[in-house]
Design a protein around this ligand. Structure first.
Ligand code: AMP
Length: 487
């Protein structure tokens, strides 16, 4: 067994880990921690949800213990480790974890990201911190304002590196890396090792140890997946009913558009459900508040878009609803990865309407599982026929999407009106965690993410363009030919 006790972490770090309730290491931790403890560079393929934050932060804190001190002088607390992430939420999340791991040691940590007043961040930076978690843009602002100096950095972590490149952060990363000492340990984590990521690694990592725990496109075996045939007009009613029937105390509800997300949250609220919306048009403050209220259990349903929810680590969400079938099959895997985490059992319910055949076909292919459409029976609606047999998608792989569309279109428009379902009557309020197969099977990120965060400005769903706030994406290959900007 990969027990943390075998690692000989310092008592302070070991105590914090024990308090987190971690018993054994996840696969990425078992592979990465011993390597990082030796100070080697690492190129790790792992998604959020695999335990990768602890995989890099625990050994990093352990290595930095030699710098522990209680001096109040800022000069005694220079930045020794820098963790870069693509989004504010991820930065916030990782920083929160680092703080917990460093609870019993004398190393300071802080987080800086955009969309917030720079002043409080500046005050914290000026007091001195050993571990700095940051998004690239805001970090550059602080560097330019001379609020932080990075010439004593020993460790740099490029987390979610593929997303940073997708967003167009490469020039910013190059600049930041140019401020760091050449003698350092660099850890790069990415969902995929695309050619761009390999180039980034070959430019900035030295003889990295490659660690790969991701297996592509699998869903956790602990998640029970259901697909209900529901017309658009009945989705809200179906959602409410399934929440009650399954005694769901907390759930993510995914909607494909920001507008749809806001509307659904409002209408459910009007109907008395405790909901909050998380989408790109919300301000940073509103988003953090929405997350907080969901995490604290103040609200039951978090209505969100894919991008807003990406990478968020909210533990033990008992259920996930796909109010809309996602445009990208990869997003389906990503969405339902919110539940059934760390071995807990979870429920994933998707509402499928007559025009979703192609999308559902894509999901079927990706997860390599046959999808059975279930009818839904609305309570108090008993005059209609019930208990019709389950419907299945045509499994003939040779049929085109168009054909599938047509056949599905006919049957499902009837399904949504006629069919009744007996919803599974399990209680999804308290998942147990017997083992953690999900950690072995994280999904490999989508090639095209479809949407970009609103903080990256309005974009068409199918393009991978980026925001007004962030610099325009440039050809990665071209950028590697240029020397990093020097300070
Ligand atoms: P991450 O992939 O780092 O976002 O971690 C996902 C979640 O797994 C976080 O909530 C961690 O607290 C949790 N976690 C990390 N390592 C372990 C572990 N060894 N055992 C149980 N939970 C863990």
């Amino acid at each position: 067994m990969n027990a943390f006790s075998n690692l000989q972490l310092s008592p302070g770090i070991a105590r914090a880990v024990a308090e987190m309730g971690y018993e054994s290491m996840t696969p990425i931790q078992a592979q990465a921690i011993p390597v990082v403890l030796t100070g080697q560079d690492v190129m790790g393929a792992a998604q959020t949800g695999t335990g990768k934050t602890a995989a890099f932060s625990l050994p990093l804190l352990q290595r930095l213990l030699k710098h522990e001190n209680t001096s109040t002088s800022p000069a005694r607390h220079p930045v020794r480790a820098l963790v870069l992430l693509p989004t504010r939420e991820l930065a916030d999340q990782v920083a929160a974890q680092v703080k917990l791991y460093a609870k019993y040691i004398n190393l300071r940590s802080a987080v800086v990201f955009g969309g917030m007043d720079m002043k409080p961040q500046t005050i914290e930076l000026k007091k001195g911190v050993e571990v700095l978690v940051a998004t690239p843009g805001r970090l550059l602002d602080h560097i330019e304002a001379k609020n932080v100096v990075l010439n004593q950095v020993e460790y740099v972590v490029l987390d979610e590196a593929d997303r940073m490149l997708d967003i167009g952060f490469l020039p910013d990363l190059q600049r930041i890396l140019s401020y760091l000492p050449k003698q350092r340990t660099t850890l790069l984590f990415s969902a995929t090792f695309s050619p761009e990521i390999k180039r980034l690694a070959s430019s900035y990592l030295q003889n990295p140890v490659t660690i790969e725990v991701a297996r592509p496109n699998e869903t956790a075996s602990t998640v029970s997946q259901h697909f209900y045939s529901v017309g658009d007009d009945d989705k809200r009613r179906a959602l409410k009913q399934l929440v009650v029937q399954n005694k769901i105390t907390q759930a993510f509800v995914f909607v494909n558009s920001k507008l749809g997300c806001a509307r659904l949250a409002r209408s459910l609220e009007r109907e008395g459900l405790k909901t909050t919306a998380l989408h790109g048009d919300k301000s940073q403050d509103e988003r953090l508040k929405a997350l907080e209220s969901f995490k604290s259990g103040e609200v039951d349903l978090l209505i969100c878009t894919d991008v807003a929810a990406r990478g968020l680590d909210i533990k033990d969400v008992p259920a996930v609803f796909n109010f809309d079938v996602p445009y990208n099959a990869e997003d389906y895997v990503h969405r339902i990865g919110r539940t059934g985490r760390a071995g807990a059992s979870g429920l994933a319910i998707s509402f499928v309407n007559s025009s979703d055949a192609r999308l559902v076909g894509d999901i079927e292919k990706l997860i390599k599982k046959k999808i059975e459409l279930e009818p839904i029976e609305f309570e108090g609606d008993s005059q209609r026929g019930s208990d019709r047999p389950r419907r299945e998608f045509d499994r003939d792989e040779n049929r085109s999407h168009k054909e599938r569309d047509t056949s599905f279109g006919h049957s499902s428009s009837r399904d949504s009106q006629d069919f009744r379902a007996r919803a599974p009557s399990r209680n999804y309020s308290r998942p147990q965690a017997p083992q953690d197969p999900f950690f072995d099977k994280p999904y490999e990120s989508s090639v095209s993410e479809g949407q970009t965060p609103s903080w990256e400005a309005a974009v068409k769903p199918s393009t991978r363009s980026i925001s007004a706030n962030i610099k325009t994406k440039r050809k990665v290959a071209a950028l590697f030919k240029t020397e990093p900007t020097s300070s």
